[in-house]
Design a protein around this ligand. Structure first.
Ligand code: CP
Length: 295
C-alpha cells in the first residue's frame, strides 16, 4: 500500500487489496504486539458506530498504538469549533492517524487535504466505507474459497456506502453483483458502481447466488419501509431456503431484525454475520499497519 490515506476502495490496487486480506489473516490471532508502538490513532466519529469504532480501537491497541476516542458531544465543537480546526488541533498534538466517520459525503477527503495525517474513511455519508468492503471480501474468501462469486446486495442500496464500496471491490476481484430492491431504493445510477446489474425481482436471482448480502433500511437517511417491505424484499426463512446449499448470508450491521432480515436467517448456519464482525479487527489492523508502519 503506497497511499498515505485510505479514503476509497479506489485507493488500493487489486494486488494491494489481496495484500491487506493476507496480512489480516496473519494478524488474526495477534492481540499483543509493538508493531505500531509510538503511533497515535484518533477515532473521530461524528456518527454513531459500534462495529467500526470499536474494531479500529482494538486493531490499534493490538498493534501497540495509542488510541484516543474523540467524543464529539464533549468536544469544543459545542462551542462552535469547525471540523477543520478540530483536525488541525489534533495534528498539532502530534497524532499520526485520524479514523473519520461523518454523515456528510467527502469529510474524510477534506480532512486528508487539511492535514498531513493519515486518514482512514470509516464511512462518509452515502459515499464509501472501504474497510467494511475489505472485511466483507475476507469473509467471502474464507467461507467460499474464492472471490469470483455471484452476489446480490439487497435493500436500501441508494443510501448505502457499504454497497458502493463493496460493489466496486467485488468487481475488481472478478465477482458479479446484482443490486436488488424496490425502485425507490435502487435507483438506476447504482448500476454504474463497478459493472453491477440492477434488478427489482428478488425471487428470480436467489437460486443462483453465492452471497446474499442484506442491507439495513436507513431510516435516518430518509428511507421508509412499510409493512409490506419484509413481504417483498425481506430475507425470510422461505427465501433463504431458495439459496444454493453453500450460499452465505451477510449483513454489515446493525440489523433491523424482522424488517430486512429475519432472526431465523441471521442466526442460521449459513449466516456469516458474526464472522464479518470478527474479521473487522484483523482487517483494520492490516490497514493501520500498511498506512503507519515504517513512516
Ligand atoms: N457496519 C458498520 O459500519 O457498523 P457500525 O455502524 O456499528 O460501525
Amino acid at each position: 500500500v503506497v497511499a498515505r490515506s485510505l479514503l476509497s476502495v479506489a485507493d488500493l490496487s487489486n494486488d494491494e487489496i489481496v495484500e491487506v486480506l493476507d496480512l489480516a489473516v496473519a494478524f488474526r490471532w495477534v492481540t499483543i504486539s509493538s508493531l505500531l508502538r509510538g503511533r497515535t490513532v484518533v477515532n473521530l466519529f461524528y456518527e454513531h458506530s459500534t462495529r467500526t469504532r470499536i474494531s479500529f480501537e482494538l486493531a490499534a491497541k493490538h498493534l501497540g498504538a495509542e488510541v484516543v476516542n474523540f467524543s464529539v458531544a464533549d468536544s469544543a465543537e459545542a462551542k462552535g469549533e469547525s471540523l477543520r480546526d478540530t483536525a488541525l488541533t489534533l495534528e498539532a498534538m502530534g497524532v499520526d492517524a485520524l479514523v473519520v466517520r461523518h454523515s456528510a459525503d467527502g469529510v474524510p477527503y477534506q480532512t486528508a487535504q487539511w492535514t498531513n495525517l493519515s486518514v482512514v474513511n470509516a464511512g462518509d455519508g452515502t459515499n464509501e466505507h472501504p474497510t467494511q468492503a475489505l472485511l466483507d471480501l475476507l469473509t467471502i474468501r474464507e467461507r467460499l474459497g474464492r472471490l469470483d462469486v455471484n452476489v446480490a446486495i439487497i435493500g436500501d442500496v441508494g443510501h448505502s456506502r457499504v454497497a458502493r464500496s463493496l460493489t466496486r471491490a467485488l468487481y475488481r476481484m472478478g465477482a458479479q453483483t446484482t443490486l436488488i430492491g424496490p425502485p425507490e431504493m435502487v435507483p438506476e445510477f447504482t448500476a454504474s458502481w463497478g459493472g453491477a446489474t440492477v434488478s427489482h425481482d428478488l425471487e428470480s436471482v436467489l437460486p443462483d447466488l453465492d452471497v446474499c448480502y442484506v442491507l439495513r433500511v436507513q431510516r435516518e437517511r430518509g428511507a421508509t419501509a412499510g409493512s409490506d417491505y419484509r413481504k417483498e424484499y425481506g430475507i425470510t426463512r422461505g427465501r433463504a431456503a431458495k439459496l444454493p446449499a453453500e450460499a452465505v448470508v451477510m449483513h454489515p450491521g446493525p440489523m433491523n431484525r424482522g424488517v430486512e432480515i429475519d432472526s431465523d436467517v441471521a442466526d442460521s448456519p449459513r449466516s456469516v454475520i458474526r464472522e464479518q464482525v470478527a474479521n473487522g479487527v484483523p482487517v483494520r489492523m492490516a490497514v493501520l499497519y500498511e498506512l503507519l508502519a515504517g513512516e
